[in-house]
Design a protein around this ligand. Structure first.
Ligand code: 5AD
Length: 339
């Protein structure tokens, strides 16, 4: 089976038998590249302080009602070194856009985890300075997750997504050129977003120097300007995931927990049948988890049991290889001068 060079608009609106065939082709391509294996990572949400103001996100700075927290290094190190689920090969450290937490908690935590565990380390921390990216990399993180969110620059600005779209894309390219593995992503089903907008998202994803890409169905967030907008269709998100797989057979594509929040109770498993090959177990300590507010408080928490159940129900198995091992060190685009 071959990868497609351009996305087909009909993929986005496929339903019924046509949709089944699309998802089947994506699943087949995933299998030919990765076998039945699914990567399993943990995520810890370290800080919900955020200097951004995205209209879709509950952690936006204008949400004054939200109690803000920063977790402590020792609490998370203890959890990840001594009490992590056995199925994990990688951990993703995530924050709102909070450079203080990056410097004070994340960098030391990456160092500790690389010293004390075999885990691969991913980070999802927003747009930072080159110096901070370098510090994180020197500490031992190898995958940077930085979503472009949407590909329409004017709408990006209207929604106060981080910085400008041009700056975000510059950072994606810069990270890739500095030796990071980079995963990006977009939201599917934002208000007024049609098939042509999703098609533009797919085209942009395809152009970027990525190793993975996620699709998150839009969930109207509590205490956000879009709180009363309709929820994004799970089918559109799943079709986008299948489309990404058809475009890039080698990408790592996550099944995101928001697939459970669209009202469809089988969204997550359908993700695993439409090209996804990565699951995430939420490890954020329960006393702070409620305030890590992306959409609403009653999040559907993917614990180890739910993730393992979804993987086996979809006829798949847990990868023993970490994402970090799966990707060999990247040759740097900038040559290092000898002498
Ligand atoms: N719906 C879907 N995805 C969202 N995100 C934030 N808010 C929402 C929402 N309401 C996603 C964004 C962000 C990531 C942390 O969560 O893609 O980058």
């Amino acid at each position: 089976m071959v990868s497609h060079s351009q996305p087909d608009r009909r993929w986005l609106t496929a339903h019924g038998a046509e949709q089944e065939a699309l998802h089947g082709r994506a699943a087949e391509l995933t299998r030919s590249h990765f076998g039945r294996r699914v990567f399993v990572r943990g995520v810890v949400e370290v800080s919900n302080h955020c200097r951004e103001n995205c209209h879709y996100c509950g952690m936006r700075r204008d949400n004054r009602a939200l109690a803000r927290f920063r977790a402590r290094h020792d609490q998370l190190a203890e959890l990840l070194i001594h009490h992590r689920p056995a199925s994990l090969t990688d951990v993703n450290i995530q924050t709102g856009e909070d450079p203080v937490a990056v410097r004070e908690v994340v960098v030391p935590l990456v160092r500790t985890l690389r010293r004390e565990t075999p885990l691969g380390v991913s980070v999802c921390l927003g747009t930072l300075t080159e110096a901070l990216y370098d510090e994180l990399q020197a500490a031992g993180a190898s995958l940077y997750i930085i979503k472009f969110e949407l590909s329409d620059a004017a709408r990006y600005e209207q929604l106060e997504a981080p910085g400008t779209l041009a700056e975000r894309l510059r950072h994606i390219r810069l990270l890739a050129a500095r030796g990071w593995r980079v995963s990006s992503g977009f939201i599917a089903g934002l208000p007024d977003q049609g098939a042509d907008d999703l098609l533009a998202n797919l085209r942009l994803a395809r152009e970027l120097p990525l190793d993975g890409c996620s699709v998150s169905p839009f969930i109207p967030g509590e205490a956000t300007p879009l709180g009363h907008a309709p929820v994004g269709a799970v089918d559109a998100a799943l079709n986008c995931m299948a489309a990404l797989r058809l475009l890039r057979s080698e990408w790592v594509i996550p099944a995101v927990s928001a697939l459970n929040l669209t009202g469809a109770d089988d969204g997550y498993q359908r993700g695993l049948r439409a090209g996804a090959n990565l699951c995430t177990i939420n490890l954020t300590p329960s006393e702070i988890r409620g305030d890590y507010l992306l959409y609403k408080r009653e999040r559907f928490i993917m614990n180890e049991e739910r993730v393992l159940h979804a993987i086996s129900a979809a006829g798949r198995e847990v990868s023993r290889t970490s994402l970090a091992e799966h990707w060999p060190a990247k040759p740097l685009a900038i040559p290092v001068l000898a002498g």
